[in-house]
Write a protein that binds this ligand. Structure first.
Ligand code: 5RP
Length: 242
């Protein structure tokens, strides 16, 4: 692990290290991710872009680099719209053969860089884009770092007609699923948030939940964890490698 001292001159917030708000930490890691990939970009590079408030900070920082790469693949309609708003071309993943970087936030991340994601209901597309990318860079403020995953309720995307069945199966696994009322994912599905799971085997639980018929995917990113964490702290942005 090492600390990136005094990052970025374009965003004055990244140089302020004391009493930073969570929003300022998110901006600092968004800028740090753009700074990290900048020297590695090529004119034909396609960047995978995640979803959420921290990913939004990255998108905003990426805008300055828009002439240095070809475009992006987004993990949600919301991120696609924000990218286009900055003049960044958005590609369909099916058009893309390879992708060096995927940059996204997390709801929780542990020391193995395994994560819970899906607080913004974009987990399935996030998992798909992350699977294609060679390097997954997680951008997160220090509040997201945990020893044991599971205090944040685990999002599970379900086919609507299977919701009650899947909920009963999740209870058998020891969880307390709650329907995220009114939320429809970009894929037309629903979300169950599972409280009180004991996640001491993230990889095993990820497989087990995905095997329940009617589950599209769950928000455990353990089989494909992040490769690099850019963690926003009061002392600066820490780089934590897997
Ligand atoms: C969206 C996600 C986000 O990455 C996660 O919810 C973190 O969001 P934020 O950066 O707003 O805290 O998985 O589905």
């Amino acid at each position: 692990m090492h600390i990136i001292p005094g990052t970025g001159t374009r965003n004055p917030l990244t140089t302020q290290v004391n009493d930073m708000t969570q929003d300022q930490l998110k901006q600092a890691v968004g800028q740090a991710a753009a700074d990290y990939i900048r020297p590695k970009l090529e004119k034909d590079s396609i960047i995978g872009v995640g979803t959420g408030s921290t990913a939004n900070c990255f998108i905003d920082a990426l805008a300055d680099l828009r002439h240095d790469f070809a475009g992006a693949v987004a993990s949600s309609e919301a991120s696609a719209e924000r990218l286009r708003g900055h003049g960044i071309e958005v590609y369909d993943l099916n058009q893309i053969g390879q992708m060096e970087f995927y940059i996204d936030g997390a709801d929780e991340i542990n020391a193995q860089l395994e994560m819970i994601k899906g607080g913004g209901a974009a987990l399935t597309r996030e998992k798909i884009v992350a699977a294609v990318a060679k390097t997954f860079i997680c951008v997160a403020d220090a509040s997201k770092q945990v020893t044991l995953l599971g205090e944040f309720p685990l999002p599970v995307e379900v086919i609507p007609m299977a919701r009650s069945y899947v909920a009963r199966e999740l209870v058998k696994l020891g969880g307390d699923p709650v329907y995220r009322d009114g939320v429809v994912t970009d894929n037309g599905n629903q979300i169950l948030d599972v409280f009180n799971l004991r996640i001491d085997d993230p990889r095993g639980l990820e497989s087990r939940i995905n095997q329940i018929v009617g589950v599209v995917t769950n928000g455990l990113f353990a089989q494909r964890p992040a490769d690099l964490l850019l963690l926003g702290t009061e002392q600066g942005v820490q780089q934590i490698q897997r």
